[in-house]
Write a protein that binds this ligand. Structure first.
Ligand code: KG4
Ligand code: ZN
Length: 347
C-alpha cells in the first residue's frame, strides 16, 4: 500500500488527492462551490449534490494527472462517508465504490472529522502522543483526547452552533456574505473590541464536561446590533467602523471560548501535542492563541497550513492510509452516515 486516492464531498468542496505513504501529498485538487452558495447566504444541500455530480469526474482525473499517475497505480481509495450532507456524501461515496469495483482497488470509508485530525500530519510528522485535538469547522466543534494514533476520546463538543457556523451567522447578520469566517477574520484587526462590548459569559457546564456553546455569544451580537441600530453592510460598500468593531469583539470572544476549554483540557491531561484542525483553524487570532497556550505550557502545537484547514481529500487519504495498510477495507455496501460520530465519550 503506497498510493492512496482520497475523495471528499461531505459539504461544498469537491476534492480528490493522491497521497504517497500516508504523508506525502502528490496532488490535492479542491473545486470549491463557495461562489454558488454565496448567492444564497449558505450551503444549499440540493445544489451541493448536483455540483458534486457535475465535477467529481474531472476533479478525480485532475488529481491523477497532477500526480502523474493512472488508476492502475492506485493501491487504495479512501472516501468520506460521514458526517455531512447525505446527498453530497453519496456522490463521492458512489464514485469511489464504482472505481473500487471497476478497477479492483480496495476502498475504505473515512470519518470526515478524523480526516481533519490527519490534516496536521503532512507538515508535522511524527506526532507525539498523547495529544489533544481541537477540530473547529462549519459543522463541528469537538475536543478529543488522542492517546495514540486512531484513538479518540471525546472530551467536549458544541451543544448548539459550531464555531464556524457562529462566524457564518454573525457575518450574515452584518451583511458580510458567505462564508463569514474569512470576512470577520479580515475585518477584526481594523476594529476595536472595546467599542462594541458584547455582554455574555463563557458558559460553564454544570456537569463538568468541556462542551462548548456559541449561542450566547451570537445572541450578544444580535442584541448589540439591535440596541445600537447597526445596519448590515450594503453590497459592494465598505463596512462602517461599528461593523469592524463588532467583528473585533466577536472574534476576541469566540477565540476566548475555544481557548478556555482547550486550556482546561491541557491542564487536566498534560498532552505532549496540541492538534488544531478544521476550517476555523485558519483563523489568525485562534492560531495565535493556541500557539500562546503551547508556549506557556511547553506543549508542541501542530496545525495545518491554511490550504489544508479547509475540506480537502489529502487529509482523507492520510486518515484512510493506516486502515488500508492493515487490510481494514469497507465493502460496497458501505452507506453514507450524515451524523457519524468520532470516538468514545468520556465518563
Ligand atoms: O472545515 P470546513 O472547510 O468545512 C466544514 O467541515 O464545515 O470549515 C468551513 C468553516 C466555515 O464556517 C468558515 O466560515 C470557517 O470554516 N472559516 C473561518 C475562517 N476560514 C474559514 N472561520 C474563522 N476564521 C477564518 N479565517
Ligand atoms: Zn470539514
Amino acid at each position: 500500500m503506497n498510493l492512496v486516492l482520497g475523495i471528499e464531498t461531505s459539504c461544498d468542496e469537491t476534492a480528490a488527492a493522491i497521497v504517497e505513504g500516508g504523508r506525502r501529498i502528490r496532488s490535492n485538487v479542491i473545486a470549491s462551490q463557495v461562489a454558488t452558495h454565496a448567492l444564497y447566504g449558505g450551503v444549499v444541500p440540493e445544489i451541493a449534490s448536483r455540483e458534486h455530480l457535475d465535477r467529481i469526474g474531472d476533479v478525480v482525473d485532475s488529481a491523477l494527472q497532477d500526480a502523474s499517475v493512472g488508476l492502475e497505480d492506485v493501491d487504495g481509495i479512501a472516501v468520506t462517508y460521514g458526517p455531512g450532507l447525505v446527498g453530497a456524501l453519496l456522490v463521492g461515496l458512489s464514485y469511489a465504490k464504482s472505481l473500487a469495483y471497476a478497477c479492483g482497488i480496495p476502498m475504505v470509508g473515512v470519518n470526515h472529522i478524523e480526516g481533519h485530525v490527519y490534516s496536521v500530519v503532512f507538515e508535522n510528522d511524527p506526532i507525539e502522543y498523547p495529544a489533544l485535538a481541537l477540530v473547529v469547522s462549519g459543522g463541528h466543534t469537538s475536543l478529543f483526547l488522542v492517546p495514540g494514533p486512531e484513538e479518540y476520546l471525546l472530551l467536549g463538543r458544541t451543544r448548539d452552533d459550531a464555531a464556524g457556523e457562529a462566524y457564518d451567522k454573525v457575518a450574515k447578520l452584518l451583511g458580510l456574505g458567505y462564508p463569514g469566517g474569512p470576512a470577520i477574520d479580515r475585518l477584526a484587526p481594523t476594529g476595536d473590541p472595546d467599542c462594541a462590548p458584547l455582554v455574555f459569559k463563557v458558559p460553564q457546564m454544570r456537569d463538568g464536561t468541556l462542551d462548548f456553546s456559541f449561542s450566547g455569544l451570537k445572541t450578544a451580537v444580535l442584541r448589540f446590533v439591535k440596541e445600537n441600530g447597526v445596519n448590515p453592510v450594503a453590497p459592494a460598500c465598505e463596512p462602517a467602523q461599528v461593523v469592524r468593531d463588532i467583528c473585533a469583539s466577536f472574534q476576541q470572544q469566540a477565540v476566548r471560548v475555544l481557548h478556555a476549554r482547550l486550556r482546561s483540557a491541557v491542564r487536566i491531561h498534560a498532552p505532549r501535542t496540541i492538534l488544531l484542525a478544521g476550517g476555523v483553524a485558519c483563523n489568525s487570532a485562534l492560531r495565535a492563541a493556541v500557539d500562546g497556550l503551547g508556549d506557556s505550557t511547553k506543549t508542541r502545537v501542530c496545525k495545518p497550513s491554511p490550504l489544508l484547514t479547509t475540506d480537502n481529500a489529502a487529509m482523507i487519504a492520510a486518515a484512510g492510509y493506516p486502515k488500508l495498510l492493515r487490510g481494514q477495507f469497507s465493502g460496497l455496501g458501505l452507506n453514507a452516515d450524515p451524523s457519524l460520530r468520532l470516538g468514545v465519550t468520556s465518563g
